[in-house]
Design a binder for this molecule. Structure first.
Ligand code: BMX
Ligand code: ZN
Length: 297
């Protein structure tokens, strides 16, 4: 099947053209801000690409397959309710499907390995924190697309009532994403006054060993491990893959693995690095288009 897949995240937007599973072309840009800017960006970015039979977009946010719903408004502004599938169909003249970015990546990771466990959780720690669940070898998106939104659990305080900007904008309070994501790291590091303004800056900087940064990492990776243990208690997982720009950093991954080992044995589950790296969403979406029950070749 010749298809186009998109990965539209909080920081970057990537597009890939596939011919029967073979990558023909890839383009990437920083994600444009609001809905009109995003649509304009897609029209420009996708023009002149090879012809395709269908398009699939892995998007940050909750999707029912047609529209994008936003949980974290601080991450993405003005997309809530955007009928992105319809816009893509008008733009490209072929059928379009949407899937949450972490769900698409989970499917890609599952399909990339012949020996992948049938009950698998993929967790991305990037601008936000997302997750995708595969159970009994099937991707579980849920009837509204909410399945896997681990980043919006774990709030210790009752949600609501917080001043805007002082808690996660999903309304639940100090969610996991508020404490342990790339954007949380950027916010907390900026407040430390070390001259580090983003998770990316930390990854490239010698300040990596500053005790305050280590302290942040310890708390964040413990919170991610606790959330994974909660998911394990709920779903009885056989394996967890950690991805995303920050999640794939060895210090972050090892922190989560260490924190997992400190948990009671029954709640531990093996956590490994995701194998598809930054293209998990693009590849996962391509597999998903191929695997849809009504897909024809
Ligand atoms: C947020 C949420 C999830 C997404 C996750 C990771 C929005 C816009 N997105 O929790 O749907 O999967 O971030 O997104 O509410 P990323 O862009 O960091 O990959
Ligand atoms: Zn939240």
């Amino acid at each position: 099947m010749d298809c186009l897949t998109l990965d539209i995240g909080g920081t970057k937007t990537a597009a890939a053209w596939w011919q029967g599973g073979l990558l023909l072309q890839r383009r990437e840009e920083p994600t444009a801000g609001d809905a009109p800017a995003l649509l304009e960006q897609l029209a420009r970015m996708l023009s002149g690409g090879p012809p395709v039979q269908c398009v699939g977009a892995a998007v940050t946010g909750v999707t029912d397959g047609r529209r994008v719903g936003v949980l974290n408004r601080q991450m993405i502004g003005g997309w809530d309710g955007l009928p992105l599938a319809e816009h893509l169909e008008q733009l490209l003249g072929v059928p379009a499907w949407l899937l949450n970015d972490a769900q698409a990546a989970a499917w890609g990771e599952y399909r990339a390995r012949a020996d992948a466990p049938a009950d698998l959780l993929f967790v991305t720690v990037s601008t936000g924190i997302g997750a995708g669940i595969v159970l009994d070898g099937r991707l579980r998106s849920g009837s509204t697309g909410l399945a896997g939104h681990l980043g919006h659990g774990g709030a210790r305080a009752a949600g609501g009532g917080q001043a805007p900007g002082s808690a996660c904008s999903c309304g639940r309070g100090d969610c996991l994403e508020w404490r342990a994501s790339g954007s949380a790291m950027a916010r907390d590091l900026a407040a430390l006054g070390l001259g580090l303004r983003s998770a990316r800056a930390w990854m490239a900087a010698p300040h990596q060993d500053h005790p305050a940064v280590q302290d942040w990492l310890d708390r964040a990776t413990r919170a991610v491990a606790e959330a994974i243990a909660d998911a394990h208690a709920l779903l009885d997982l056989h394996g967890v893959l950690l991805g995303g720009g920050l999640g794939l950093h060895p210090r972050f991954l090892q922190g989560v693995q260490r924190a997992m080992l400190a948990l009671p044995a029954r709640f531990r589950v093996p956590v490994d690095a995701a194998r598809l790296g930054p293209d998990a969403g693009l590849r996962g979406m391509a597999c998903w288009l191929q695997d849809r029950p009504d897909a024809s070749d």
